[in-house]
Every structure is written in C-alpha cells, then in structure tokens.
Design a protein around this ligand. Structure first.
Ligand SMILES: Nc1ncnc2c1ncn2[C@@H]1O[C@H](COP(=O)(O)OP(=O)(O)OP(=O)(O)O)[C@@H](O)[C@H]1O
Ligand SMILES: [Mg+2]
Length: 316
C-alpha cells in the first residue's frame, strides 16, 4: 500500500489546511465575497466531498486549497508548507509534484495519446515513468487497450479515466476534482467515483471532490457543506439519503419562483437519475446548476468552462 508524503492514515493527519480563508472578487457593485473566513482541514487518506449550491464557493475553495489561486486574506498550508511563502518556481513544483487535478471537462491535450497525456506531468517534471505504478493505475482503470488513442477517439468516460490516471501519476499528496463526474453518464460516473474510492482505500490517496450531487458525495468519507462562502455543516459516512436530507435541511426551498434559467427540473436530479427529495417533495428545491447539470453526452464547450485553472494545474 502506498501512502502520500503528508503522513500516515492513522489518526487525523492534515494534508491541507485553510485558516480564515477569504476570497473577494471585484469591487463596488461588482464585489462578491466568494469565500468568507473559512477554516477547513483536509484529512490525509480521506475522501472529502465539498458540496453546496451553485455560487456557494466550492470551486473557489478548491482552487485556493490546491494553490491554483491566491486568497484575499487567510492562509493555506499544504502539508507543512504555507503556500503564500512560495515564489513562482517552488509553487509550480508544489502543484506539479504534490497535487493532482481532475476537471469536469477532462482537459486532456488533444494532440497527445492517452499514454502521453497520462505521463505528461512526469515528463514535464523531467522524471522517469514508474512503469509498475503506471501499469497498476492503468489496470485499475481498464485503459490498457486505449493507450494509443487520442482524446477525440475516446468516450467521455474513457477521457475522464485518462484524466484520473494523469492525476495519480506523480503520486500526489492530494487529488482535487471539480465536478469530475459532471459531464458523465451514470455508468461512467460510477467508474470514476469507484476509482477515486479505490485510490483512497488501496493506495492511501487523499481525495477532495467538489460536487453538487448527493450520489457522487455518497462515495466520500466526509461531506462538507458550503453556503454563501461559509462552511455550514458536515457529515461523515453519509449515505445518499442522509446527504439528500441534509441538503433539504441546509438549502431549503426559496418560495418565490426562481429567476435563474439554470434551476430546471434536471438540475434537481443526481448523476444516477434517481429522484431526489426535490422531485418527491415540492417543499425542497436545490438551487444547484452552474457548471453541474450536464449529465450526458459530450464535454462542455471549451468556451463555457474554466480554462485557466486546468492549464495552470497541468501544464504550468
Ligand atoms: N473570477 C471571478 N470573478 C468574479 N466573481 C467570481 C469569479 N469566480 C467566481 N466568482 C463568484 O464567486 C462566487 C463563488 O463562485 P464558485 O465558482 O466558487 O461557486 P461554485 O460553488 O463552484 O458554483 P458552481 O456549482 O456553479 O460551479 C460566485 O458568486 C461566483 O459568481
Ligand atoms: Mg464550481
């Protein structure tokens, strides 16, 4: 069994820590407090889900914890390193060597084969590919017969499995996923979620996954709920039902009709298509949407997804 550099799984070892984390975008009328004085710890060897409605600050928190962005105030530690103390090169090295990323839109390099995409972080770091580790990941992800294919020749689920392999290739301390199953059908989503679960159970991997979806979050050990840029609750070992009930309690219905075109019936269903309390109980409405509700078919149009963060995460 492999363990990350942050320490052993025994007890509560902290892989990443946010203290008083605040992120404010814009000024004046355009000012948005995306994160509001958040204290948060990622525990080593755990699978943590960050949940919340669209705009609650999930991606912002993930980007800050993954050293992809800088806070307005507060601090982030990854292992024992205060990210703010790092200059450009050590920061790039930290992201490259100690963090793995999986994004909703896969973000593979279209001109490279699956194998080349998977080994890209190792190549950029100028290291040799650990063939045993490569074979093990490829075996678990069942990608062996797809390694010479380019992303356009792969299904969405296969592309995301390639992205999972790439994220683990450098044996990072933490793997971050932002809605990694948001573009996948339920079968492909289950494959990715099972892989993340196995990476925690079998490799001792630490995983942090942003999701709006109770089914996806039920694979995690711990679900943390955000609302309006604050951590408002958390559950451990929760089933999908537990999570749905918690969501109904934490994010109650807004009685007035929504003005957002993003809040549609399909937004109230999880990746498995299972009816949620929003379907069963008209008193519950999850104000989710944003980047999440594409459950089937092709990846989102590149113009509609965050490009700069994935580029920084993988190619910097
Ligand atoms: N670059 C930016 N400039 C201005 N405001 C931003 C920026 N990025 C995020 N925000 C705002 O910060 C808030 C939190 O955004 P964030 O992307 O973290 O939400 P989220 O919970 O990930 O939502 P979603 O589920 O839709 O992805 C939102 O109000 C958003 O509009
Ligand atoms: Mg987001």
């Amino acid at each position: 069994m492999w363990f990350g550099r942050c320490g052993s799984v025994v007890g509560v070892s902290v892989a990443a820590q946010a203290v008083g984390l605040t992120k404010i975008y814009g000024q004046g009328d355009a000012r948005v407090v995306a994160l509001d004085d958040v204290d948060f710890e990622v525990h080593t060897g755990e699978f943590t889900a960050i949940m919340g409605p669209s705009g609650s600050g999930k991606s912002t928190l993930m980007h800050l914890l993954a050293a992809l962005d800088t806070p307005t105030s507060g601090s982030v530690r990854i292992g024992d390193v205060d990210v703010a103390t790092l200059k450009d090169t050590p920061l790039t090295e930290l992201r490259r060597d100690r963090i793995g990323f999986i994004f909703q839109a896969f973000n593979l390099v279209p001109t490279l084969t699956a194998r080349e995409n998977i080994t890209l972080p190792v190549s950029i770091a100028g290291k040799r590919v650990d063939q045993e580790w490569f074979d093990r990941i490829i075996g678990v992800l069942a990608l062996g017969d797809r390694l010479t294919h380019k992303p356009a020749e792969l299904s969405g689920g296969q592309q995301q499995r390639v992205a999972c392999a790439r994220a683990l290739m450098n044996r990072p301390d933490i793997v971050f996923g932002d809605e990694p199953t948001g573009n996948l059908d339920s079968t492909s989503a289950a494959e990715v979620l099972s892989f993340l679960r196995r990476s925690v159970d079998e490799f001792g991997q630490t995983v942090v996954m942003v999701t709006h979806d109770a089914h996806a979050a039920s694979y995690a050990d711990r679900a943390v709920f955000l609302s309006d840029g604050k951590v408002v609750d958390e559950l451990r070992g929760a089933t999908q039902d537990d999570l749905l009930h918690a969501m109904a309690r934490i994010y109650p219905r807004h009685d007035e009709p929504s003005t957002s075109s993003e809040v549609t019936e399909s937004d109230d269903r999880n990746d498995s298509g299972t009816p949620t309390p929003a379907d069963e109980d008209p008193a519950v409405l999850y104000r989710d949407g944003g980047t999440a509700p594409q459950h089937m078919g092709e990846p989102a149009d590149e113009a509609t997804v965050e490009i700069s963060m994935p580029r920084r995460a993988v190619q910097d």
